[in-house]
Design a protein around this ligand. Structure first.
Ligand code: 2P0
Length: 318
């Protein structure tokens, strides 16, 4: 009745932004991501039959996230399950646009499934995690991952193994606090108020196709082009929402300029930015040292983290 699982966050190169069905948390668009290796969240679940579920995050009680965790346990093990003690540990900042909910809920469904003995298959676990946090569905798989948004459910699969195309990701952290607007609320606001939202939805399948072909051909320049375009298009929806949502700060822009300068020097690198002010630079291994040092020296960058691509969520203990 007890299990521990680990998952790593994923970074979308073609973004999920918008919901088709709020109750089931179905995404309005497909997305494509890379699963990281060196950033992780570990979740332990013990169905010990206590009076009410409890949640500890990095050693402290965490009542804020408890409702979502309880709902996730219900999805995996049924509402009549025993109450559980859940503990979580991460080696990177939480709630700051670093996809901590993706790694948390991916690890949680794997741990809960093992602890409850429910034996769900991987796609079912991805769908259950996605019903809590859309991006979490992708962290069930390693390497380069595609999530296809269907009318009734999502399909998720690995497009390429982590070692088939050894990309590196450098994260430039420019702010450590929690974000002002959660991404779920921001997506809803965008759908209701941004004049660009219909265009965003309409073009997504074409961006997915371009990115998929670039990955299969290992065409870095083609992937860079569509990823930066897709990222800036998503942020255009955010900026044009009412009230507007601007997650960037001065250092976010400075990092984008750093990436432009590296590109001008001939480095294979591109940027992407999620619902937060951090900049993620994706590059080929031969450029990783130069990219890391240029971002670390960019004004306003607090620190950097570097990762290659890694595996999907998995059990690591009882
Ligand atoms: C993504 N993001 O594709 C996009 C890009 C942020 C920007 O998925 O509402 O926490 O829980 O389904 O998964 C972050 O949103 O959203 C996200 P919910 P989630 O990675």
């Amino acid at each position: 009745m007890q299990a521990t699982a680990q998952a790593q966050p994923n970074i979308a190169l073609v973004k999920y932004w918008g919901k088709r069905d709020l109750d089931r948390n179905l995404p309005a668009v497909s997305s494509l991501s890379v699963t990281l290796d060196s950033l992780w969240t570990r979740m332990s679940v013990s169905f010990d039959g206590r009076e009410a579920d409890s949640l500890e995050v990095n050693g402290a009680d965490s009542p804020d996230m408890l409702a979502r965790v309880s709902r996730c346990l219900d999805y995996v093990a049924g509402e009549d399950r025993p109450r559980a003690r859940v503990t979580s540990e991460s080696n990177f900042p939480i709630g700051a646009g670093l996809a901590s909910s993706a790694s948390a809920f991916a690890a949680l469904v794997v741990a809960a499934d093992a602890a409850a003995g429910t034996g769900h298959d991987r796609l079912t676990l991805a769908r259950l995690a996605g019903a809590i946090s859309g991006s979490a569905a992708r962290s069930l798989y390693g390497g380069i991952v595609e999530l296809i948004a269907g009318a009734d459910e999502i399909d998720v699969h690995r497009l390429m193994d982590a070692d088939e195309w050894p990309l590196e990701v450098i994260v430039a952290v420019t702010e450590e606090g929690p974000k002002p607007v959660g991404s779920g609320d921001a997506m809803i606001r965008g759908a209701e108020t941004s004049p660009f939202y219909p265009g965003w939805i309409e073009q997504q399948d074409a961006d997915m196709q371009t990115a998929r072909e670039a990955v299969i051909a290992r065409g870095f320049a083609a992937l860079a082009g569509v990823a930066e375009h897709n990222c800036l298009k998503m942020h255009s929806v955010m900026w044009s929402s009412r009230p507007p949502i601007v997650y960037w700060n001065k250092a976010t822009l400075a990092c984008m300029e750093t990436v432009r300068a590296l590109q001008a020097e001939g480095h294979s690198v591109f940027f992407t930015i999620d619902a937060g002010p951090q900049v993620k630079a994706v590059c080929l291994p031969k450029s990783a040292g130069a990219v890391e040092s240029a971002l670390a020296q960019t004004e306003g960058v607090i620190h950097t983290m570097q990762s290659r691509l890694g595996a999907g969520a998995r059990l690591i203990g009882a």
